[in-house]
Design a protein around this ligand. Structure first.
Ligand SMILES: [Zn+2]
Length: 332
């Protein structure tokens, strides 16, 4: 019998495929909680320990560094939910596709699973609406072509611990009748921390990438567990010395010619980190380019700052038209 050597990826269009990357520095505008574990009434945030190279005068004799962390797996979960809960008409996108978490539909035609991947470990029956014959789904593995990385904060600023209490909504109560608020402690990532993050997309059509763009931008307001939530893309001079721009780079390419604007987790000085990001952002095919919003070299295209947001916005609209395709006119 002949052997199948193909990837198995079903094609629904003849659009060309590219690799895409998003590099960004995110800023927490308030404290954030990304849970790690609970220790005797304390909710701990996730941190990472970074070993430092020896004999570096900057390390002050320390051989490791503890930093707050916006872990890529958590960011991925928030992004996936941004798609599952996207509005389409009177419904949510995931409901129209019968695709959720943990039960992904794992169908190649699903715009979410197609890029994030899906897994059905054994055959299952899915309820259908209105109640009818259950939909049978076989054991399926669909490998995602979107990967997440980064997330280690730049500044070495440990979590802060705060006292919290759950206050009942009663306005009056008899003394001693109801329990007093239960205090607990929760750690938070401090405001102003900067998190360099990266998304990579393998061999995607522009339509497929539109879901990634929508998820990335949609997740910004919702990152964090519990409340408060939300980050923004860090704004500061990037191309021109006196104009603030969002620190974001979007690449579309066949061959990876651009130097990746990835900040080393061992750097704790913000200016040093920005210098490293910026130097890489303007470096293509091993050559330093003049600072500009768009850089190109053959099939390699890089969009920086405001131009990256403009490019992503094109994909956001593409996603809205292609997948949320509803006349969402708001009545007076
Ligand atoms: Zn799906």
């Amino acid at each position: 019998m002949a052997i199948n050597v193909k990837s198995g990826l079903e094609n629904y269009s003849d659009e060309p495929r590219f690799h895409f990357d998003i590099y960004a520095i995110l800023e927490g505008s308030q404290e954030l909680f990304f849970g790690h574990e609970t220790q005797v009434n304390v909710n701990i945030v996730e941190t990472v320990i970074i070993p430092l190279p020896g004999n570096d005068e900057e390390t002050n004799g320390d051989d490791e560094l503890e930093k707050c962390y916006l872990s890529p797996t958590k960011r991925r979960g928030v992004e996936r939910r941004a798609l599952i809960w996207a509005p389409t008409g009177n419904e949510l996108l995931g409901d129209t596709l019968n695709c959720g978490i943990p039960h992904t539909c794992s169908q190649a035609k699903c715009p979410i699973c197609r890029v994030f991947g899906g897994l059905i470990t054994s055959p299952i029956d899915i309820e259908t609406e209105p109640k009818g014959k259950p939909e049978k789904r076989p054991e399926t593995t669909l490998i995602g072509r979107l990967t997440h990385s980064g997330g280690v904060a730049i500044q070495e600023l440990g979590p802060e611990e705060k006292q919290r209490a759950m206050h009942p909504s009663m306005l009056t109560k008899d003394p001693g009748k109801e329990p007093t608020p239960t205090p607990f402690k929760r750690e938070y990532n401090q405001p102003g921390l900067l998190y360099p993050v990266y998304n990579h997309c393998l061999s995607m059509t522009e339509r497929e990438f539109s879901a990634v763009a929508y998820a990335f931008m949609g997740a910004l307001a919702r990152l964090g567990a519990g409340n408060p939530k939300g980050v923004k893309i860090y704004d500061a001079p990037l191309i021109k010395e006196d104009v603030d721009e969002p620190w974001i780079v979007v690449d579309r390419y066949l061959a990876p010619l651009g130097k990746r604007p990835v900040v080393s987790p061992t750097i704790k000085d913000v200016e040093k980190a920005k210098k490293q990001f910026k130097a890489a952002a303007f470096s293509v095919a091993g050559r330093k380019k003049e600072a500009a919003n768009e850089l190109a070299d053959g099939n390699f295209h890089r969009y920086i700052g405001d131009a990256a947001i403009a490019k992503l916005s094109e994909y956001l609209i593409k996603f809205e038209k292609g997948e949320l395709n509803v006349d969402a006119e708001i009545g007076d």
